[in-house]
Design a protein around this ligand. Structure first.
Ligand SMILES: Cc1cc2nc3c(=O)[nH]c(=O)nc-3n(C[C@H](O)[C@H](O)[C@H](O)COP(=O)(O)OP(=O)(O)OC[C@H]3O[C@@H](n4cnc5c(N)ncnc54)[C@H](O)[C@@H]3O)c2cc1C
Length: 302
């Protein structure tokens, strides 16, 4: 989508928003797939309510982008603009066992920064790409832990009230790759409470998690992590593997040879290639196991 209205363009600079024309999701996502749209980089949280009411009143639909590591975006010119937070100077501030973290902070860097200050708990998240805001929205987790367990407060723009608010941890439900935030809520910052642990001990946990990832995931390839959620008590990857689908491909979209729940862009896969592969694998699992796999990857195809 190209914002045409000069009044909207002029108002964007008033809200300290940088307009990046025709940004390509092939460059913005870890899958390196997707079409183009105008990208709005938000430099001040305080202007977000004004910005969103400007976009709504001019009929400009929008989506929120974090690090783009869990997204499959459609091809061609997209019918909405995308909003992304710009990085502040300092994105993690520690105070005792609490870490105040900006939503745009890189997740892995946040885990290691906290570790260096003897704050642990999040070792499993090392190697999960993307931002802290994306991790909050998805309740990212691995190896038996999830970020939601450490959340004490979230500062967010709430679509329901059109205001910036602070929610306490107990007001939010964090489930397996699902949270109670509304689709149009925008995460701005989080206060985490982390257990004290010696850096050396945390580092050992981090090394174990890194090794597990290295030995089981196609880390050098373009992917969005797991495509499907694990159904209760089962593993989506194992089911796909049992059907002998590793290596199955549509165009350059391919089921990884290393991890059957990772689908990779092995060259110049289009969104349609990847969607067709996902639909095919889902159908084969449904007919073999009578299980409807749910997407873990977020699909923006309209
Ligand atoms: C190699 C690899 C390994 C991975 N391993 C794991 C893993 O072990 N565990 C796991 O849970 N995930 C894993 N993932 C998936 C992904 O990294 C996580 O889901 C990550 O937390 C997404 O963060 P992001 O900033 O990239 O979000 P994006 O991909 O940009 O967005 C994902 C969703 O979050 C929303 N969102 C992003 N930022 C905000 C915000 N500030 N406010 C509101 N909504 C927002 C978007 O609108 C979208 O709906 C992996 C991905 C890759 C590529």
């Amino acid at each position: 989508m190209h914002i045409e209205d000069p009044k909207v363009v002029a108002a964007l600079s008033k809200f300290n928003v940088e307009l990046r024309r025709a940004s390509s999701f092939a460059e913005l996502t870890s899958l390196a797939i997707g079409g183009t749209t105008d990208l709005l980089r938000i430099k001040n949280h305080e202007f977000i309510p004004g910005l969103l009411s400007l976009l709504d009143s001019h009929g400009v639909p929008h989506r929120f982008l974090g690090g783009g590591s869990n997204l499959l975006v459609g091809d061609g010119e997209l019918p909405w603009v995308v909003l992304q937070l710009a990085s502040p100077n300092r994105d993690v501030v520690l105070e005792g066992n609490f870490a105040q973290v900006d939503a745009v902070a890189d997740l892995g860097r946040t885990v290691t920064y906290c570790a260096k200050h003897d704050l642990g708990g999040m070792e499993g998240l090392i190697g999960v790409p993307g931002t802290v805001g994306g991790a909050l929205r998805m309740n990212a987790g691995a190896y038996g832990m999830q970020i939601g367990s450490y959340v004490r407060e979230v500062k967010l723009y709430r679509a329901a009230t059109r205001q910036i608010e602070i929610l306490r941890g107990e007001q939010i439900s964090f489930e397996y790759r699902h949270t109670s935030f509304a689709p149009d809520d925008m995460m701005l910052a989080v206060r985490l409470e982390l257990p004290s642990k010696a850096y050396r001990e945390i580092l050992q946990g981090i090394r174990i998690c890194n090794e597990k990832r290295r030995s089981s995931q196609p880390l050098g390839q373009k992917s969005a992590g797991c495509i499907f959620k694990n159904p209760p008590g089962a593993s989506a990857g194992r089911m796909i593997d049992e059907l002998g689908l590793k290596g199955l491909s549509v165009g350059d979209a391919r089921v990884s040879d290393r991890h059957a729940n990772f689908f990779v862009n092995a060259g110049r896969a289009s969104a349609n290639d990847m969607l067709a592969l996902i639909a095919d694998v889902r159908e084969r699992v449904r007919s073999a196991f009578s299980v409807e796999l749910e997407h873990e990857v977020v699909i923006w195809n309209a």
